[in-house]
Design a binder for this molecule. Structure first.
Ligand code: MN
Ligand code: MN
Length: 476
């Protein structure tokens, strides 16, 4: 009863706003208020998402997951597709996947595309990744993507990846995810020895990139004739487990990821903390939206790699994979169009997270153009840095279409810039898809502590983002 009275009071207060104010002013509203009746569904989606991120970290693992889900939902490998196959998937170098759901309409009418990236911040093992620095065997690392290096110190790290042995056989590696498995760590200096000089260090100098090496082993092997006995322990253990030698690391892709499981954050369980929401969250939600939406339009979902290093290489958005697959499907269906034509006539979302407002760092943001956790999915018209350099800027016509879509489906949404003008900047895959002349805009949930080993996202923003992606596929 008391709760109701309180609710009433809030409503009364709201009604106190003048008619003119209500008519003319734009008011940002809490998504928790807007979607209160759907909280159970938001919690369920949050739990499903956590299950995904706790189990799939590397691009290859994520692609394996997507392939499994695609097959389960009736998608057919493009190699086995025939002219009447409606649901097709294609995989590129084990690190990209594309899912397409066709209709009877010609492809030339264009598609609804959601593109996101599945690569995340991590520490890659170098090609020669081990050296002994007594009393340790050290794992020699090269960080991947834009990190604050000190974030990664004293953080438990798990090894994920593949090794190809001398015979070219692929060996999957995962060490450190199970409770009883060891982890690796880059240890930091104790505060006692920091000294005045250490305390005054710039953040970028707390640890140098080259010094970001992790402890891999500490017990010397029994055989005293061996010069580097700790290195021998490490190699012997890897050999026992995976049947590999030191030279096999040269044909491997191994990385250290935070060995941290997702947790709920806040006494109300309102947020999810985990490594690499960016951008497993948009990828996961895009796939869920694709599978759960009814559409008269052809739908496409694309998961790319290497976004965090500028979308370069044969598994990135810059590769011809997307165009080649569309071309293949056109040929398969004997349609008279081109991939470029199909892509030009498509509408797309660059599904990517953005920065969330953090009151501790309020001075980094423009209060009237920022995204607040808990206020819904964020639409970012443009990205870039400085005078909008290297940003993709969506046309107002398209933003208008997006706005109508969100409002029709009653989805709480907000808009903002990554930060203050000249504060820094960032980019996504939007500008690369924009080259095809399609309509495209960035859309995703705001995230706190992005690129750290424990990023934070609001559960209601996760849910609003799912609803927005679904509405995008479904809009007529
Ligand atoms: Mn991202
Ligand atoms: Mn990122």
């Amino acid at each position: 009863m008391i709760l109701l009275a309180k609710d009433k009071k809030v409503n009364e207060q709201k009604d106190e706003r003048s008619k003119l104010e209500k008519e003319l002013f734009y008011e940002k509203k809490s998504a928790w208020d807007a979607l209160r009746e759907e909280k159970k569904m938001a919690d369920k989606l949050g739990n499903d998402y956590r299950e995904f991120i706790d189990n799939y970290k590397s691009e290859r693992e994520i692609i394996d997951y997507a392939q499994k889900i695609a097959k389960k939902n009736g998608f057919v490998d493009i190699k086995d597709a025939n002219p009447s196959t409606k649901k097709i998937y294609a995989i590129n170098h084990s690190k990209n996947i594309l899912l397409i759901e066709l209709t009877n309409s010609p492809l030339e009418e264009g598609m609804r595309i959601i593109g996101s990236h599945i690569d995340s911040l991590r520490l890659d093992l170098k090609m020669s990744p081990v050296y002994e620095a007594n009393p340790f065997l050290m794992i020699n690392l090269h960080y991947y993507g834009g990190i604050k290096k000190y974030h990664w110190l004293n953080t438990p790290l798990a090894m994920h990846g593949v090794i190809f042995n001398k015979k070219g056989e692929k060996i999957n590696v995962t060490i450190g995810e199970k409770e009883d498995e060891p982890v690796f760590v880059i240890s930091d200096l104790l505060p006692h020895l920091e000294g005045a000089e250490g305390r005054e260090k710039l953040a970028k100098d707390i640890i140098k990139g080259e010094d970001m090496d992790a402890i891999g082993a500490t017990i010397p092997i029994e055989d005293k004739k061996i010069k580097e006995r700790i290195k021998a322990t490490f190699l012997k253990t890897m050999n026992d487990e995976y049947n590999i030698t030191e030279h096999d690391f040269t044909s491997a892709e191994l990385s250290l990821y935070p060995a941290i499981k997702s947790r709920e954050v806040g006494i109300d369980y309102g947020m999810i903390g985990a490594p690499a929401h960016d951008d497993r969250i948009c990828s996961y939600l895009g796939l869920e939206a694709m599978l759960k939406s009814e559409s008269k339009k052809a739908k496409l979902l694309l998961w790319t790699d290497k976004e965090e290093i500028g979308s370069v290489g044969n598994t990135s958005m810059e590769s011809m994979f997307l165009e080649n697959i569309i071309e293949k499907i056109i040929t398969l269906r004997k349609e008279k169009t081109t991939a470029k034509e199909v892509l030009q006539n498509s509408k797309a979302l660059s599904a990517d997270v953005t920065s969330g407002f953090d009151p501790k760092f309020a001075d980094k943001m423009d209060p009237t153009n920022m995204n607040k956790p808990g206020f819904g999915v964020a639409v970012e018209k443009y990205t870039g840095a400085g005078g909008k350099s290297y940003g993709s800027d969506a046309n107002a016509e398209y933003i208008s279409w997006i706005r109508e879509m969100l409002e029709e489906a009653k989805i709480p949404w907000q808009h903002g810039e990554l930060g203050k003008v000249d504060q820094g900047g960032g980019g996504t895959i939007a500008y690369i898809l924009a080259k095809y002349n399609m309509d495209i805009v960035d859309m995703g949930p705001p995230v706190l502590a992005m690129h750290s080993p424990f990023e934070l996202v609001s559960k209601i923003d996760l849910y609003a983002t799912f609803k927005a992606y679904k509405a995008f596929y479904e809009k007529k």
